[in-house]
Structure formats: structure tokens, C-alpha cells
Design a protein around this ligand. Structure first.
Ligand code: PLP
Length: 371
């Protein structure tokens, strides 16, 4: 008998979240479009459950290694986690992580719901110093958009010893790069919008936890808060997961090659990508990650206008926000007002897709030549 937990992620992405094997039954999940269900069952109403979500949740659960809840967006999933904190809880989080999360945390702090301690999560001593009194350590690694790497094994273990809850946003590394629950984290969240769905056509999120009490509180938060996924979006994401490992592998290989070529380009000042041997996080990332991800950032010697011109000049790479799709995207991050002031004004974040690497490089060279 083949046990599910002995299978590799490439296999799990394909085999999990399917309907039961019945003669002439569909091999694919169906899009369950019903807002209500016949009485007498356990679900009852479409805000409490839906079989298309359940299939998507089973697939993410197989990849991350714990029971999973799907949400209407990554931010909805993250909001659900913060919503179950008691009033006055201390949250320690990155000072240069995803801007949406930083904005949410500061809004919750301004309303008196929580207290936020902002730290550089890649500086372990700084994080360890503020653990006493912390209720929840929020770790995003690699960080968006500076690609800093937190020492997850060390920080998670220290936080657990100190009695803190730990949540990891695993959107950038994906379960192919790191498995935070195996390291002892309580919660893993995803913007499923990104690599898991992978085609820039849905907004979805997920929360995974092995703690049944936490799971139940988060499920209640979804039921009552109402941040449920649409069945069609759930189906699209599930379809995307089937090819997630091969997409991610290709995108990651493109990222490594482009990072190394960018690091030798005369117009480029700094490249941020832990896959480069010269990167300050290379050793740390290599010690516990199985890959370096498919997003890189770089800064230019010249100014903001030139950085904008580079992004506008590409022909293959799309000038757009977001990441994790089959198509490469780039943008200057500081054009967003919510972005951390610690991020350089000229920093361009590049999400590598699955195109041919030589085509991508020709495009980058001509775009840089235009600046
Ligand atoms: C690391 C990270 N977490 C969470 C989110 C939010 O996800 P969503 O846009 O699906 O709400 C994003 C979005 O870019 C992200 O980059």
C-alpha cells in the first residue's frame, strides 16, 4: 500500500484533491455551484462548506502537511489569523514584508486591537530580543520585496520555547522550498493567487494548521467573517496546482540564471536573490531551503525615472504588479505608497515565469539599454 505521506510533492500535486474513485465518476473535481444543501447533512449552507473548496484544501493540505482552509484571498486568510488574537496581543512582524500585511497590522494597532513590534526578521538577535511578551511571531521569508531570509528553524524553535505562536507566510518559498509546519510553526498561510494557482487569473488564500483547536477557530472566523472562496476560483486554483511543481522548477531555474546575469550588468547596482553565492543570505537559505524561489529584486545605479523606464520598456516581461504566474512580471515597488521606506526607490521586483531564459534576457538587456 502506498501511503500519501511517503509521496513526493510532484505526485501529491497531481493525485490529491480528487473525487473518490467510482465507476464512471469524474476524475476531476466538479465546480459545485450551490448556495444551500439538502437538510440532514453536516454542511447545510454554502458559506460553511463546498466540495470544490474541500478538494482544493486537500491538495494544499497534502503539500503543506496539515489540514487547510481556503479563503477568498491571501489577505482574507491573514486577516482571519489576526482576527482570532485577543485584544492587546503583541504581534512581532517584519518591517519590510508584504506591504498589505504591514498596513493591516498597523491599522489593527491604530484601532487598539493589537500591539505591533516591527523587526528585521533576517536579524535573528533582533527578533529573539522581542520574543518575551510576543503572542504571535509573524514570519515572511523570503520577504517581499527585499528577498531577505529569516533563519526559520532557529526563530521558530526559539519562539516555541518562549511560548509564542508562530505563523509563516510561505507564498514566496512555497512548500517546495520549505515546510514551516515541519519546523514547528503553528500556522502557514498562502496567497494562493501566486504560485499555487499560478496563472494570474484568481485571487485566493489559505491557512494550514495541525492544531485542531486553532483550525476550528479559523473555520469559525471564515464562517462568520464570510471570506469564503468562490467555487470557480477554487477549481481554477486546483487545476493550477496540478502543474505547480513543474512551473515552479522552471521559474526558479530562470530566476537563478537571470539573477546571475543581472549581477554582472553594468547598469545594475545590487541584486537580491539568495540563490547567488554572493548573496548575504545564500548560506542561510542553503542550510534549510530546498530552492531559492523565483522572485528576485534589483536596484539600478541610476534613479527612479530610469527604473520606471526599464519596467515600461519590456516587450516580453509584463509591467504589472503581483508574482507567481507563468508569465514574468516586474515593477518598481516604491511606486506603491504602502511600501516600506526601507526599500530602495529604484528597486525593481521581477517575478520570473516559465518563458525561455534567452528570450527573457534579451528583453531585460534591451529594457536596461533604454534607461
Ligand atoms: C507574501 C504575500 N503574502 C500575502 C499576499 C496577499 O495575497 P492576496 O493578494 O492573494 O490577497 C501577497 C500579495 O502580493 C504577498 O506577496
Amino acid at each position: 500500500m502506498i501511503e500519501e505521506n511517503s509521496l513526493h510533492p510532484e505526485t501529491l500535486a497531481i493525485t490529491s484533491g480528487r473525487p473518490r474513485n467510482t465507476p464512471d465518476g469524474s476524475i476531476n473535481s466538479t465546480i459545485s455551484l450551490s448556495s444551500t444543501f439538502h437538510a440532514g447533512g453536516v454542511v447545510g449552507y454554502g458559506r460553511y462548506g463546498n466540495e470544490t473548496w474541500t478538494d482544493l484544501e486537500s491538495a494544499i493540505a497534502a503539500l503543506e502537511g496539515g489540514p487547510t482552509l481556503a479563503f477568498s484571498s491571501g489577505m482574507a486568510a491573514i486577516s482571519a489569523v489576526f482576527s482570532i488574537l485577543p485584544v492587546g496581543a503583541v504581534v512581532t512582524a517584519s518591517n519590510q514584508g508584504y506591504s498589505g500585511v504591514m498596513t493591516l497590522l498597523h491599522t489593527l494597532q491604530a484601532s487598539g486591537k493589537i500591539e505591533v513590534r516591527s523587526v528585521d526578521v533576517s536579524n535573528s538577535d533582533e527578533v529573539l530580543a522581542v520574543l518575551p511578551g510576543t503572542a504571535l511571531l509573524w514570519l515572511e521569508s523570503p520577504t517581499n520585496p527585499t528577498l531577505a531570509i529569516a533563519d526559520l528553524p532557529r526563530l521558530i524553535s526559539a519562539a516555541k520555547d518562549a511560548g509564542c505562536g508562530v505563523a509563516v507566510d510561505n507564498t514566496f518559498a512555497t512548500p517546495l522550498g520549505q515546510k514551516p509546519l515541519v519546523m514547528g510553526a503553528d500556522i502557514v498561510v498562502h496567497s494562493v493567487t501566486k504560485y499555487l494557482a499560478g496563472h494570474s487569473d484568481v485571487i485566493l488564500g489559505s491557512v494550514t494548521t495541525k492544531d485542531p483547536a486553532l483550525f476550528s477557530r479559523l473555520e469559525d472566523a471564515r464562517k462568520i467573517g464570510g471570506a469564503i472562496p468562490g467555487p470557480f476560483e477554487a477549481w481554477l486554483a486546483l487545476r493550477g496546482i496540478r502543474t505547480f511543481p513543474i512551473r515552479f522548477e522552471k521559474a526558479q531555474a530562470n530566476a537563478l540564471e537571470i539573477a546571475s546575469r543581472l549581477s554582472r550588468h553594468p547598469k545594475v547596482d545590487q541584486v537580491f536573490y539568495s540563490g547567488l553565492a554572493s548573496d548575504k543570505f545564500h548560506e542561510r537559505a542553503s542550510s534549510f531551503m530546498a530552492g531559492f524561489g523565483a522572485v528576485l529584486s534589483f536596484t539600478l545605479h541610476s534613479g527612479v525615472a530610469e527604473a520606471e523606464k526599464v519596467c515600461e520598456s519590456s516587450k516580453i516581461i509584463t509591467h504589472a504588479t503581483s508574482l507567481g504566474g507563468v508569465e514574468s512580471l516586474w515593477e518598481r515597488r516604491r511606486k506603491w505608497s504602502g511600501e516600506s521606506q526601507l526599500v530602495s526607490e529604484t528597486l525593481i521586483r521581477l517575478s520570473l515565469g516559465c518563458e525561455n531564459v534567452e528570450d527573457l534576457w534579451s528583453d531585460i538587456e534591451q529594457a536596461l539599454g533604454n534607461a
